[in-house]
Design a protein around this ligand. Structure first.
Ligand SMILES: Nc1ncnc2c1ncn2[C@@H]1O[C@H](COP(=O)(O)OP(=O)(O)OP(=O)(O)O)[C@@H](O)[C@H]1O
Ligand SMILES: [Mg+2]
Length: 340
């Protein structure tokens, strides 16, 4: 193919594309490739720009014997490495054509899926192992011991409910995720949802010796939302505040107006005065199964999915979450939802 014609074609392709000539120099690079490798790449020997051995072997094979190949090529980026799938194909006249496809996201998704499956299996296996152990004990040593039997059945019930809760949370998470693109349209009253959630959770916070106060804007405060889901957000956040910050004795919910980039919004803060959260954990709190203290959370019956569900519900509502915490002083979880 004529070099000029090749240049026209490669310039039109949105993927980074490089043509290497028989002389092993880069004969043409389209704008996307120049953005990736820098201007001045054209005319240079390919060894200088594409240093990874696997890629060089593939180029050599394409130039010498017209073989095509696919190689993984990692380019270190400022914040994260970018992984490309590079297709090396002979392009006639002794040229080789390289196409760079960014597969970073796909690889990350694959990794996340594998982690997720591993986490779920682990979380389910723990209570299941306990159940199997107790069944064995009930059949054997504790067979004729009514007191032990009662005690074990209580533990078994707790472990079985944990599994049940975990499955429930997983189903909820996948439901929210699957409808995340569809923003709710019905209008709900935030004030009423807050009062409702606080009332529903009364046994929990009273039982923990915690008081819950609602302050700030008073209703009605209409916004587009899914009533059940916003209630779920409130319940999860209040539950956490009582569970992890309850030592402070007081949980506050403050409602305020806050401007979002696209218009007016309503914010609610769930404030506790407990031990707070080390800043290193904050960015990861909304990840599935992420817990600051796994043992302690499990002890309290937590699945580590609460904040992940919160995040997806808030995303579905096109809102924001902000987490602020000071160790020893307490935490504030804020959710800002658009009013229009
Ligand atoms: N108000 C808070 N104060 C201190 N730590 C908190 C607070 N809220 C959440 N955390 C930490 O964040 C972790 C993740 O919270 P999340 O709600 O996602 O899971 P969980 O409460 O452990 O389980 P679940 O909500 O499913 O019952 C908790 O395990 C806890 O370590
Ligand atoms: Mg929770």
């Amino acid at each position: 193919m004529h070099t000029e014609m090749m240049r026209t074609i490669v310039a039109a392709v949105p993927l980074p594309l490089i043509a290497i000539g028989r002389d092993e120099r880069i004969a043409a690079a389209n704008p996307a490739a120049i953005a990736l490798f820098g201007a001045g790449i054209e005319g240079r020997h390919h060894l200088l720009s594409l240093r990874q051995p696997a890629l060089q072997q593939a180029i050599a094979a394409a130039l010498s014997s017209g073989a095509s190949g696919i190689v993984r090529h990692v380019i270190p980026g400022p914040s994260q490495d970018i992984t490309y799938r590079v297709t090396v194909a002979p392009a006639g006249d002794g040229h080789a054509l390289l196409t760079f496809e960014d597969v970073t996201e796909a690889e990350q998704m694959g990794q996340m899926r594998r982690d997720f499956v591993a986490n779920v299996s682990h979380e389910l296996r723990t209570p299941l192992t306990a159940l199997l152990g107790f069944i064995e004990t009930l059949r054997g040593a504790a067979r004729d011991d009514p007191a032990a039997r009662d005690r074990f059945l209580t533990i078994m019930e707790r472990e079985a409910s944990r599994m049940n809760r975990l499955i429930g949370d997983l189903l909820q998470l996948s439901r929210v995720e699957s409808e995340e693109r569809i923003r709710p349209t019905e209008r709900v009253d935030l004030q009423a949802l807050v009062s409702g959630a606080v009332a529903t959770l009364r046994p929990l916070w009273e039982g923990a010796g915690v008081s819950v106060d609602v302050t700030g804007e008073s209703g009605p405060l209409p916004l587009p939302g899914d009533a059940d889901q916003i209630t779920q957000v409130l319940v999860n956040l209040i539950e956490n505040a009582v569970k992890y910050g309850g030592a402070g004795g007081k949980v506050g919910i403050h409602i305020a107006r806050e401007q979002l980039p696209r218009g007016p919004g309503l914010r609610f803060d769930v404030i506790d005065h407990g031990e707070g959260i080390d800043p290193i954990h904050i960015p990861r709190l909304t990840e599935r199964f992420y817990r600051v203290d796994g043992h302690r959370s499990r002890e309290k019956g937590g699945t580590g999915l609460g904040l992940a569900i919160v995040k997806h519900i808030v995303q579905r509502h096109r809102g924001r979450i902000r987490i602020e915490s000071e160790q020893g002083k307490g935490s504030v979880f804020s959710v800002i939802l658009p009013e229009t």
